[in-house]
Design a protein around this ligand. Structure first.
Ligand SMILES: *Cc1c(COP(=O)(O)O)cnc(C)c1O
Length: 380
C-alpha cells in the first residue's frame, strides 16, 4: 500500500505511463477488441480489465486503503453489484433506514422480485442492528454521514458486528469521500461510492466505484460481467483527471461547509442545522473519531416550512440542483428530489420535512456564499 501523502496519491497512484511519447498524463485506450493469443487474460471493457479501468481502480483502491477497486457506470450500478454479487433467494439484509433515496427505491422495488428479505433499522445504535440479525442475514449496509440528515453511525461497531455474525459489511461512503473517511481502516468489508459526486467533483460525470479486498472484488467482477455496468473508457479517463484534485477540492469544501454551518446555526430563520462538524450534532464526538474532515454536505430546516422553494429561488450564486459534490455550491429540496420516489409518510418517518434544504457546499470564496444567503434571507 502506498505510504505517500493523499495529494500525491490522488495525482499519481494508478497512473498509466506513456512509454512511447513520454507524455505526462495517462494515455487513453479506447479499444474494445484486444489480441487474445499472447495474453494472460482476455481484455474487454465489460470485463472491467482494460488499461484505463485498471488504472483508475488502482487509484481508488489506494485512496480507500483497500487492496482492489472497481469502477462502474453509476453509483447505483456499484451499489447493486456490491449486494447482488453475494445475495441469493431467501437471504436477508439489514439496512440503516436513512439511506440515499435511490438506494431505498432499489431495495423496496427490486428485492421482493428476487425473494430477498430486508429490514430497515431506524436507529444509529449498534444494538438495534444486532437485534435484527436472523439466521439468513447475509449483509449489513449503512451510509454515513447519511443523506440528507448527516447522521453518523459507528463504523467500528458495524464492522465488529459483521465479523461476529459472519456478515458482509457495506458502506456508502459517497458523502464523506475517501478524503474524509476510510471505512476499511475500521474493518468495513466493502466501500461504495457514487463517483458522480465528490470523486468527479465537476457535476459532469456519472460513475460509481467499489473498494475492498482482492477476493471480494474478484467475486464482484465474476457477477458484474453478467450484469454489465462498466464505465466507458473516455469517462474513466475523465474521472482519473478529476480525482487528481480531489483532496484540494474536498479540503476547501470542508472549510466552507463548517463556516456555513456555524453561520446558519446562529440564523433566526433556521430551526435546525445538520452538520457533523457542529458540536450540537448528536454524533459530533463519534464523527471526530472516525472522520478526518466533516465534509461539504449539510442540511437545514427553514422555520417557515412553505418558503423553501421561494428561498431557493432568491439565491443568486448558489444554484438549485439535484446532485451534489461539485465545485459549485448547489442546494436542493430532498422531499422534491432524492426522496421524491418514496411516499410522504415514509419521508415523515425518516425525518425529512418539506422545509428541509440540503446544501452541497462548493469551493467558491466563503464571503460570496455567505453574502448570497444573507441577501436571500433579507428578501424572504
Ligand atoms: C447519488 C448517490 C447515489 C447514487 O449514485 P448515482 O451515481 O446517481 O447512480 C448513491 N448514494 C449516494 C449517497 C448518492 O449521493
Amino acid at each position: 500500500m502506498s505510504k505517500k501523502g493523499l495529494n500525491t496519491r490522488c495525482i499519481h497512484d494508478g497512473e498509466l505511463h506513456d512509454e512511447k511519447y513520454k507524455g505526462a498524463v495517462s494515455p487513453i485506450y479506447l479499444s474494445t477488441a484486444y489480441d487474445y493469443l499472447e495474453v494472460e487474460d482476455n481484455k474487454y471493457p465489460r470485463y472491467f480489465n482494460t488499461p484505463n479501468q485498471l488504472a483508475l481502480s488502482k487509484k481508488i483502491a489506494s485512496l480507500e486503503n483497500c487492496e482492489k477497486g472497481l469502477v462502474f457506470g453509476s453509483g447505483i450500478a456499484a451499489i447493486f453489484a456490491s449486494m447482488f454479487s453475494f445475495l441469493k433467494s431467501g437471504d436477508h439484509v439489514v439496512f440503516q433506514s436513512s439511506l440515499y433515496g435511490g438506494t431505498i427505491n432499489l431495495i423496496v422495488k427490486e428485492f421482493e422480485k428476487f425473494n430477498i428479505e430486508y429490514t430497515f433499522v431506524e436507529s444509529l445504535e449498534i444494538i438495534d442492528y444486532i437485534n435484527e440479525i436472523k439466521s439468513n442475514t447475509k449483509i449489513i449496509y449503512v451510509e454515513t454521514p447519511s443523506n440528507p440528515l448527516l447522521e453518523v453511525i459507528d463504523l467500528q461497531g458495524v464492522a465488529d458486528l459483521a465479523k461476529q455474525h459472519k456478515l458482509i459489511s457495506i458502506i456508502d461512503n459517497t458523502f464523506a469521500s475517501p478524503i474524509n473517511q476510510n471505512p476499511s481502516d475500521f474493518g468495513i468489508d466493502i466501500v461504495v461510492h457514487s463517483a458522480t459526486k465528490y470523486l468527479s467533483g465537476h457535476s459532469d460525470i456519472l460513475a460509481g466505484a467499489i473498494a475492498s479486498s482482492k477476493s471480494i472484488i474478484d467475486q464482484i467482477i465474476d457477477s458484474s460481467v453478467n450484469y454489465g455496468g462498466n464505465l466507458s473508457e473516455l469517462t474513466v479517463w475523465l474521472l482519473e483527471r478529476s480525482i487528481k484534485t480531489l483532496k484540494l477540492r474536498v479540503d476547501a469544501q470542508n472549510n466552507n461547509a463548517l463556516k456555513i454551518a456555524n453561520f446558519l446555526h446562529k440564523n433566526k430563520n433556521i430551526s435546525a442545522v445538520h452538520y457533523p462538524g457542529l458540536s450540537s450534532h448528536p454524533q459530533h464526538e463519534l464523527s471526530k473519531k472516525q472522520m478526518k474532515g466533516f465534509g461539504g454536505m449539510l442540511s437545514f430546516v427553514l422555520k417557515n416550512e412553505e418558503k423553501a422553494n421561494d428561498f431557493t429561488r432568491l439565491l443568486k450564486l448558489i444554484k438549485p440542483a439535484m446532485s451534489l459534490g461539485g465545485v459549485e455550491s448547489t442546494i436542493t429540496s430532498p422531499a422534491l428530489t432524492s426522496h421524491a420516489k418514496i411516499t410522504q409518510q415514509q419521508r415523515n418517518k425518516f425525518g425529512i420535512s418539506d422545509g428541509m434544504l440540503r446544501f452541497s457546499v462548493g469551493i467558491e470564496d466563503y464571503n460570496d456564499l455567505e453574502n448570497d444567503l444573507v441577501q436571500a434571507f433579507e428578501k424572504l
